[in-house]
Design a protein around this ligand. Structure first.
Ligand code: PXL
Length: 281
């Protein structure tokens, strides 16, 4: 069985980060070890959340695993709580990465044109160092603009997205931009591989609503899909379809924007589709 380590926070309420990565990876038949970076009462969209930063625990955990010769097939980071924590996560990558370890980074720090509340304007400069260690980097449009010093645009055409992907590829050899849409009807992701100079895109139905935590579901699914033996492009297609499935299960619920998508209802779909595609090879 493949073993990955997911490095992100525990938001005690409001499905995101570790509370979605764990079930998604489990359903895809991947062992998910965790390095929790912070414990928050809720994600940061709720007002007055509490946050215990666990930066000082990260290196001791990594050093212990290293002393036990733990082998990881992938390391994946998501939301990080502070600039100091980005430095620690870089060190964790350096300690735990073997030659065959895939490093996946989701620079979960912004959406809809804005940084999340807790972050100062220089936070993207710190996150860039984490991104520079990635084999696969998965930002949304806002994060991609912040990481490449590009002014954010709500309306992005294909030429703009291609240019953004190329700029991002200065940070990582394979980049996937999430939340890409060129018309009212379709939403998906577009990727670029620096080594082959090839673009790939995959779209499915666009539901006119925005839900919290879908980026974390997307990243966990791409990671799990790749651990099951898919190419990055096949894993991106699986993640677009699964994220939509989660949104379809949720759209009637007015509280969903706070509590996250009801992905639990869609896990059987993911288990089935994951197993079917793996069987076909
Ligand atoms: O979904 C990304 C995320 C993860 N963790 C925390 C967050 C957010 C987004 O707001 O606040 C704590």
């Amino acid at each position: 069985m493949k073993r990955v380590a997911s490095i992100q926070d525990i938001s005690c309420l409001g499905r995101c980060s570790l509370t979605v990565a764990l079930p998604v990876l489990s359903v895809l038949g991947v062992e998910c070890a965790v390095i929790p970076t912070a414990v928050l009462s809720t994600h940061t969209i709720f007002p007055d959340f509490t946050c215990r930063d666990l930066t000082d625990e990260l290196l001791p955990i990594a050093r212990h695993w290293q002393s036990q010769q733990v082998h990881l097939d992938a390391l994946c980071s998501g939301y990080l709580a502070s600039p100091r924590q980005t430095e620690a996560v870089c060190q964790v990558f350096d300690l735990l990465r073997a030659r065959d370890t895939l490093v996946v980074v989701d620079p979960a720090m912004a959406d809809h044109g804005r940084l999340y509340k807790p972050f100062a304007p220089d936070f993207p400069q710190h996150m860039k160092k984490v991104c520079a260690r990635a084999d696969v980097l998965l930002p949304n449009l806002t994060e991609a603009c912040l990481l490449t010093d590009t002014p954010y645009r709500e309306e992005a055409d294909e030429a703009f997205i291609r240019q953004l992907l190329k700029k991002l590829s200065a940070l990582a050899p394979r980049v996937v931009l999430t939340g890409v849409s060129f018309d009212e009807k379709r939403l998906g992701a577009m990727s670029y591989n620096r080594e082959t100079d090839r673009y790939f895109s995959y779209f499915n139905e666009k539901v006119p609503a925005s839900f919290h935590g879908t980026g974390d579901i997307f990243t966990a699914t791409v990671l799990g899909g790749m651990m099951q033996g898919r190419s990055l492009e096949q894993a991106v297609a699986l993640a677009v379809d699964f994220t939509l499935e989660c949104i379809r299960c949720t759209r009637a619920d007015p509280e969903a924007s706070w509590y996250g998508v009801e992905f639990e209802k869609a896990l059987p779909w993911l288990a089935k589709r994951g197993a079917e595609e793996t069987k076909q090879g």
